[in-house]
Design a protein around this ligand. Structure first.
Ligand code: GLU
Length: 435
């Protein structure tokens, strides 16, 4: 089982319908950010090394009997990056680009994210290298259950709690929860979050990431003295995060003028009607063809004249070139790891404030924390309480990062990494080194 590689260029992340994104390696990017934060904080080298290195890396073979009777092999991973602040927490993605480096990077992002919003979790992530659109429902269920069985020794309500991520949903979480419950001989709802309501899920989980992105966007606009109703927004992605986001941003008076999904990108200068778009998408299965829209080449999405850019799909898309050509004057990272190191440097040199993923999209994991807490208590909170608490956590996290950013005179991204690493380091040092 190879550990995440340390060579740039290995396991390059690719995106659907696109060429590999140069030699962007998300693992190298996140380790250099953590090391840099450690130096800014004056941490000793041993602590920095402990924080950078993933605690556990599990690679599993996932054989699946296809409907044709043939057996196909897939590879899956679960990586616990850091558990000094609590059990590992992080999603599971099914995607053809998944690899060990990507999952390791995303697990480290989860450690930082949970620390930034100050919830009692460490960071973890999992994934299977598979294009789920090629599988039938039965094949998807068998793949999910076999993968869940293989990572079962590593997960659990007090160990590591998976959740949905790219191409995984409430149904996939139900199968994982059921597989683990069968194995343990007891109902174990706290082993995953993002479950359906009927088996221990919560009403507020769906859309919580988008709500957090909206809260952070509005908070930044307020700090910059820019009225919400004068902002034009471009969103990349119309999935679990992008779709509710279009509604929430529109509700706050922002105009969504551009949007893309895997099938293409559209431009609507007068602003998209979120209800009409939802209806069109339900019928057509894509945003492309939305009445009155112009088609835009997908790689030119972020050149559409607008004020705010929101990548809400895959990682590594904001490259040096995209950052150079970006029309927006603010970027909010709803996706995980959307920006390469070079892209981030260009945005910083252009003085474009960026709310980083570990803050902007943390609403999802905060909602997961509430769902898990309810499962552990066996007590369902009222939805209003859930929403109020989610908003409180997001506002507190934003305010903390904003004030540290002013004090430290760093970008919001560097500040968020420093703030997260600071909390992880405190836990690491308090606990000491075993044995
Ligand atoms: N997949 C989401 C994320 O990347 C949620 C993770 C979770 O709730 O554990 O933040």
């Amino acid at each position: 089982m190879p550990p995440p590689s340390s060579k740039a260029g290995d396991n390059v992340v690719t995106r659907p319908n696109e060429a590999p994104s140069g030699d962007f390696n998300p693992w190298l990017r996140v380790t250099s950010l953590i090391e840099n934060a450690g130096k800014i904080l004056g941490l000793n080298e041993g602590t920095i090394k402990r924080i950078v290195t993933p605690e556990r890396v599990l690679e599993v073979a996932v054989p699946v009997r296809l409907d044709s009777g043939q057996v196909e092999m897939y590879t899956g991973w679960r990586i616990q990056h850091d558990t000094s602040r609590g059990p590992g927490k992080g999603g599971i993605r099914f995607h053809q680009s998944v690899n060990a480096d990507e999952i390791a990077a995303l697990s480290a992002d989860m450690s930082i994210k949970c620390a930034v919003v100050n919830i009692p979790y460490g960071g973890a992530k999992g994934g299977v290298k598979v294009d789920p659109s090629t599988l039938s429902r039965g094949e998807l269920e068998r793949l999910t259950r076999r993968y869940a069985f293989s990572i079962a020794p590593m997960i659990g309500p007090d160990r590591d709690i998976p959740a949905p991520d790219i191409n995984t949903d409430t149904q996939v979480m139900s199968w994982i929860m059921d597989t683990v419950s069968m194995l343990r001989g007891q109902n174990t709802p706290g082993v995953v979050t993002g479950k359906p309501l009927a088996i221990g899920g919560t009403l507020g989980h769906a859309g919580a990431t988008s709500l957090g992105v909206t809260i952070c966007t509005a908070a930044l606009l307020q700090r910059l003295g820019r009225p919400s109703n004068e902002q034009r927004v471009v969103v990349q992605g119309y999935g679990k995060v992008g779709a509710p986001l279009v509604k929430l941003l529109s509700d706050r008076g922002m105009k969504v003028v551009g949007i893309a999904d895997v099938k293409g990108a559209i431009h609507v200068p007068e602003g998209i009607n979120h209800l009409a778009l939802a209806k069109h998408f339900a019928e057509a299965g894509t945003v492309v063809g939305y009445p009155g829209s112009d088609i835009v080449p997908a790689d030119l999405l972020f050149t559409i004249p607008c004020d705010i850019a929101i990548p809400a799909a895959l990682g590594g898309v904001i490259t040096e070139k995209v950052a150079t050509e970006m029309a927006a004057s603010i970027m909010v990272e709803a996706a995980n790891g959307p920006t390469t190191g070079e892209g981030a440097a260009v945005l910083a040199s252009r003085n474009i404030p960026v709310i980083p993923d570990v803050l902007a999209n943390a609403g999802g994991v905060v909602a997961s924390y509430f769902e898990w807490a309810q499962d552990m208590q066996g007590f369902m909170w009222e939805t209003e309480l859930f929403q109020q608490r989610l908003e409180k956590f997001m506002h507190e996290a934003f305010n903390h990062i904003w004030s540290r950013h002013k004090e430290l005179d760093l970008t919001l991204r560097d500040t968020a990494i420093v703030a997260g690493v600071e909390r992880i380091a405190e836990a690491t040092e308090l606990r000491g080194l075993f044995p």
